[in-house]
Design a protein around this ligand. Structure first.
Ligand SMILES: Cc1cc2nc3c(=O)[nH]c(=O)nc-3n(C[C@H](O)[C@H](O)[C@H](O)COP(=O)(O)O)c2cc1C
Length: 342
């Protein structure tokens, strides 16, 4: 008997996961989310081919995992060649720091032209034979390595593409043990509303295959998490953008799903938000060094300070900072009600 996706989690409750997000899903943030109740959080996408050509060194920072602090771990790979995935998975499992990873997730949803033009990411929805060949071979490799194989995809490539349900079914039949569907087409990127009805149709089509099904797109709080699960019939939910700078969301959603109530005592203070921002900054700096961490945090910090009094001036100041100490100073000034300059 091979390991199933559900075997990794000791719960019958719906899993509440952090959706993989390039620039956001680093180990520090994933560990923070795990501490807030997030069950599962794959890494951002990494090129399988780059691993085959360069080994893990070049892309290690995108694949770094921390099983002790994030629970079940998953590395997401993208590519177009089945051999690249199987080779990359073996190379990853030969690395002391990465070999304990539990899950390999294949990206079949990325709409970014740089990825799509190589036939990878969401382009695989247009070549279902290649997609299935990838899943089939990757599953066999995953199994031989004692790992689980999953896929993340979208509802279709564009508005004329109604093959979502059939595509999901083919992925499940080819060996995907969990599928996450973001309810938008690749053409939509992130525009419009997520189409939960089509996610539901994809879920329905995979009924009986044993695949674990995640619904994803536009979940922002407990009620929307409940609703996406009800509308789609999915087993679990993945949350992306709404969790950035707001890891407390996981405890809110978990509580709502368990008790149907909103945690009314949940009132996150400005101090708590500043502390969390600094914690993520420190965690990132440990992995990639202070300079890079400060640069990367420029897209993250505005999420934490959203809604602060004078947030736009604070954002400008934070994004000019070059060191952790400067960021700490700016936040201290903000907490003391002083000017945001450092
Ligand atoms: C900045 C950003 C980066 C993303 N990077 C990835 C990625 O590396 N892999 C992936 O499968 N999806 C990626 N996504 C898509 C998200 O995982 C998710 O499917 C999408 O944001 C919809 O969920 P949401 O409405 O909860 O944000 C990314 C999304 C954003 C906004």
């Amino acid at each position: 008997m091979s390991l199933s996706f559900s075997d990794l989690f000791d719960t019958d409750a719906p899993l509440v996961a952090l959706s993989p997000m390039a620039g956001f899903s680093n180990p520090a943030f994933r560990a923070i989310c795990h501490g807030m109740g997030c069950d599962y959080a794959p890494t951002e996408l990494t090129s399988a081919r780059s691993i085959v050509y360069n080994g893990v060194a070049k892309s290690y920072r995108f694949m770094a995992i921390d099983p002790e602090h994030e629970g079940v771990t998953a590395i997401q790979l993208f590519g177009n060649d089945p051999e690249d995935f199987t080779e990359a998975m073996k190379i990853i499992c030969d690395d002391d720091r990465l070999r304990d990873v539990d899950v390999f997730d294949i990206n079949m949803g990325c709409p970014v032209p740089r990825v799509v033009k190589t036939g990878a990411g969401s382009a695989l929805m247009k070549t279902p034979d290649i997609a299935c060949d990838i899943v089939n071979k990757a599953r066999r490799t995953a199994e031989s390595l004692g790992k689980v194989l999953t896929v993340k995809t979208r509802t279709g490539f564009d508005g004329d593409d109604h093959s979502g349900p059939e595509f999901a079914y083919m992925l499940a039949r080819s060996g995907a043990q969990a599928i996450c569907v973001h309810g938008r087409t690749a053409r939509q990127m992130y525009s419009g509303n997520a189409d939960w009805q089509t996610i539901g149709k994809m879920r329905e089509k995979t009924e009986g295959t044993g695949v674990y099904f995640f619904a994803n797109g536009d979940v922002t709080d407990g009620p929307s998490a409940r609703k996406i699960l009800d509308v789609t019939g999915a087993d679990g939910v993945m949350i992306g953008r709404a969790a950035c700078g707001n890891p407390w969301l996981f405890s809110e959603v978990k509580e709502y799903l368990a008790n149907g109530t909103k945690n009314i005592s949940r009132n996150i203070t400005v101090e708590q938000k500043c502390d969390m921002l600094l914690r993520e900054l420190d965690g990132r700096a440990e992995l990639i060094g202070e300079k890079m961490a400060v640069l990367e945090m420029r897209s993250v910090m505005p999420r934490y300070i959203k809604g602060f009094p004078g947030a736009s001036a604070l954002k400008v100041s934070l994004c000019r900072a070059n060191t952790k100490e400067q960021i700490r100073q700016i936040l201290n000034n903000c907490l003391k009600g002083n000017d945001y300059e450092y």
